[in-house]
Ligand binder design. Sequence first.
Ligand code: PLP
Length: 398
Amino acid sequence: MHDEHSPQADWDLETLAIRAGHQRSHEQEHGEPIFPTSSFVYGSAAEAARKFGGEEPGNIYSRFTNPTVRTFEQRLAAMEGGERCVATSSGMSAILSTALALLKAGDEIVASRSLFGSTVSLFDKYLGKLGITTRYVELSNLDAWEAAITPATKLLFAETPSNPLSEIVDIAALAEIAHRYDALLAIDNCFLTPALQTPLTLGADLVIHSATKYLDGQGRAIGGAVVGRDKELEELFGVVRTCGPCMSPFNAWIFTKGLETLNLRMRAHCDNALTLARWLDQHPAVTRVHFSGLEDHPQHSLAARQQNGFGAVLGFEVKGGREAAWSVIDATQMLSITGNLGDVKSTITHPGTTTHGRLSDEQKAIAGISENLIRVSVGLESMDDIRGDLARGLDALA
Ligand SMILES: *Cc1c(COP(=O)(O)O)cnc(C)c1O
C-alpha cells in the first residue's frame, strides 16, 4: 500500500512540512483541497445519532472540525513534535484559549517581561478580570522565574527570542523549573517557527503560534495554533469548539501551503538577517546591534545550541535619539514602515512609539526600548537592496 500521506515517525522536518496531514479524498487530488463548508451530512438518522453521540468519529460542523483545518493541524503538530494541534482564528485567540483551558480564578501566570504587546494586555486587562494574575520577570534570568513562582502558579509563559532585543531563555532549564513546581511551560514560538526551534523537544508543554507571521510568511491571513500533548489539547479543543475562535478552512489552506516552503524561507531569512546584522555592526552611525547571531551577543552560545538558526528580527540603535531613528526610517524607500513582521517583505519600525509605545518611560528603560532603537524584520528581497535602503538614512547620520 502506497501510504505516503500519514505523518511517519522517521520523516525529516523538510518532508513533514510538505507531506504530513494530507489524507487524499476519493477524488485522488494531488494538492491539499479546501472544504469551505459550514456543516456535514450523514447517510442516515442512525449515523447522525452516532456522530453526535461521539460513538463514531467524523465531521459535524466546521466550528468543531473541518478537514482542511485538520490537515494544517496535523502538519504543524508533526513539525513541532507534538501529539496534537488545535488551530485558532489568530495568535491572540490561541493564547486566550490556552488560558481558558488551563487556568481558573486564583491561578497565577509567570511570564517574560518582553512579551508581544497584546499578550500583556490580554493577561493584565482581561485575564485579570477573571481573577488570574500575571507576574513578569526578565526573560533570561532563571532565578527570577523561580523566585516569582508561588503555589498558585500554574503556567509559565515565554517568547524566546524576545522582540526586538533578541534575548533568549534556556527552554530546557525553564521547563525543569516549571515542572518542579507542577506548572506548565508555554513557549510562543512565533519568531523562530519549528524550522528553527522545537520547544516541545526541549521539555516545554505547549507551543503557541501566531500563524499570521512566518507560518504564512506572505502576509495573507490571520491565524494561530497551539501544539502539545493530547491531555491539554483536548481541553483546548473544548474551548475552541464551544467558544468559537476557530480557524477558517480558507486560512488553514493558506497556512498549510505556507508550511511547505517554511524551511527554505526561514533559512533564507536567517542568511539575510545575519548578513545585515554584521553590516550594521560595523556601520559608523550604528551604536549597537541586538541579534543573537552576532558572536558578542551575551547569549550567542545558548542561541547556537538551542536554535537551528538565529531568526530574522533584529534591533539596532543609531547615533542620536528619536529624531535620528525616525530619519533613518523615513529615508527608506523599499522597506515597509509597519509593525508587522515575519513576512517576505522587509519591515521597519520604531518600537518606542509603535509596538512598545504603550509602555511608560520607566517600563521602556527596564525593557531596553530606547528612543534610538529601530527594529527590522528582515525579508527575502536582495541583500543589496535591503542594505542600500538602510544605508541612505544611516550614511546621512554618520
Ligand atoms: C503577532 C504576534 C502574536 C499575536 O498574533 P495575531 O495573529 O496577531 O493574533 C502573538 N505573539 C507574537 C510573538 C506575535 O508576534
